[in-house]
Ligand binder design. Structure first.
Ligand SMILES: [Ca+2]
Ligand SMILES: [Ca+2]
Length: 468
């Protein structure tokens, strides 16, 4: 009898501790602060740019791990964000541009925030996380839907919009997003959270209060390094992406290149200031020691390199985008990882770090080993896709671009960090090229149906431009 009793008590104890451990483990899961930035290229101090002013990004990079070779999956807002948030590449979904509604193409996909919600996290966000036209509110428990705004389209050169505005920091949508997220951070919570803060700047218009322009006097602005005949060795498919007769021709004609560069720098500085507010509030919060921070920008930006402006291309300027990870008890302070990564890793890595199962449809891999040891073995390249069947692959040394029509570009970053000399026709590099080609995605889904709402928005904008 006594033995039976002690056996029962023993069993109860085991049961109790299992239950207790489960409850305890659930409580101990880390929170996630997910920070998305719109159109921020590699003009940040922590990647070596000396003209930009990004003290807060630099400080955040210094507390965790910065990546020197981080690339978007697509150099356009909607396909980049769709790939990151669904875990599927553009070639798998057919979401190649801003006019394709991912919600219609992959309606049942479990996105990153939805996955966290389904696994017991409180999931909330503010600002731009998905492309603005294609929000899916049901993925979130709470979302700051309307951050309001100021009239900020004050001029520019054709499609390149920039100019100082008469506004206070607090009037800007990014300030409202930061406030919303900070208020959540200030409180204690029963459940772990996944909290997203999507900055809208430095996306165009490059329009922020005058004080940010004043930090960059026009007579001291340094234009990007460009090679005058850089397009000479670029095949027709590349020229078509560069569109030298478009934005660049207009900027050159206007004589306002330096002003545009100044405005982009001012807009980055504004965004950095807002990030500073967020991190300051985070550090004061009760969550600072148990929260993973991941910060990424959805793609890069050209400001005249290859006579190209904006994103929409497969070169370094359009595809390289800042990436920072800060993971408690994992990333070393001030560490740097030089392995090439694209943003397909973010979804599986967050699952891995938070103890969530990784959904089967995810195409990237967790980078936990790199977060622990930035020099760890890593065989994956970074891959970027722009429009149907145009791909770029980036390894530590090379960039290889293969366009849908078979045109090619090959750059050796050891010798040519600006990608000025296309080596694709160099017979000595034929093997290098074919090895790189093997790394490209083989799946090339036809483009998804264009969203009617987006087509209408475009038509309206066109009509507006034509009328005086
Ligand atoms: Ca963007
Ligand atoms: Ca060239």
């Amino acid at each position: 009898m006594r033995r039976t009793l002690s056996w029962i008590i023993g069993l109860l104890c085991v049961f109790g501790s299992v239950l207790g451990a489960t409850a305890h483990a659930a409580d101990a899961r880390p929170n996630v602060l997910f920070i998305a930035i719109d159109d921020l290229r590699d003009w940040v101090g922590f990647l070596g740019d000396t003209q930009t002013k990004t003290p807060n990004l630099d400080r955040l990079a210094a507390r965790g791990m910065k990546f020197t070779r981080s690339y978007c999956a697509a150099p356009v807002c909607n396909p980049s964000r769709t790939a990151l948030l669904t875990g599927m590449r553009p070639g798998s979904t057919g979401v190649y541009n801003n006019n394709i509604d991912w919600r219609e193409v992959v309606p049942d996909v479990v996105t990153l925030p939805l996955h966290f919600k389904q696994n017991g996290y409180f999931v909330a966000g503010a600002g731009k996380i998905t492309h603005d036209s294609f929000k899916r509110r049901s993925d979130w428990e709470e979302y700051l839907d309307k951050a309001g705004g100021v009239k900020d389209d004050v001029g520019g050169v054709d499609g390149i919009r920039f100019g100082a505005i008469d506004a206070d920091d607090d009037d800007m949508p990014d300030a409202k997003s930061v406030k919303y997220v900070s208020e959540y951070l200030a409180k204690k919570h029963d459940k772990p959270f996944f909290l997203a803060c999507g900055f809208k700047k430095p996306h165009m218009p490059f329009s922020v209060p005058q004080k940010y322009f004043d930090k960059f006097p026009l007579d001291r602005i340094k234009l990007p390094d460009v090679k005058a005949d850089d397009l000479k060795d670029i095949p027709p498919a590349g020229i078509k992406m560069a569109q030298p007769d478009g934005d660049h021709a207009a900027i050159m004609k206007s004589g306002r290149w330096k002003e545009a560069v100044q405005a982009y720098l001012a807009t980055i500085s504004f965004m950095d200031t807002m990030l500073g507010r967020l991190i300051e509030n985070f550090d004061r919060s009760p969550h600072r020691d148990n929260t993973i921070i991941v910060l990424w920008s959805d793609h890069g930006w050209h400001l005249g390199e290859k006579e190209h402006w904006r994103k929409f291309a497969l070169w370094e300027e359009a595809t390289r985008a800042p990436l920072i990870w800060s993971v408690p008890n994992l990333t070393l302070t001030g560490s740097t990882c030089e392995r090439p990564v694209d943003f397909m890793h973010i979804y599986p890595t967050l699952c891995d770090l938070c103890g969530l199962p990784a959904p089967k449809h995810l195409q990237g891999r967790s980078i936990r080993t790199l977060l622990k040891d930035p020099q760890a073995e890593w065989s994956q390249p970074a891959i970027t896709t722009h429009e149907f069947k145009n791909h770029a692959v980036r390894t530590e040394r090379w960039r290889f671009i293969l366009y849908a029509n078979g045109d090619e570009e090959l750059y050796d970053h050891d010798a040519d960090p600006h990608e000025w000399t296309n080596l694709a026709s160099d017979a000595k590099l034929a093997t290098v090229k074919s090895e790189l080609e093997k790394l490209l995605p083989t799946e090339n889904a036809p483009p998804g149906k264009k969203s009617e709402a987006e087509v209408k928005v475009k038509q309206k904008a066109k009509a507006k431009k034509k009328s005086p």
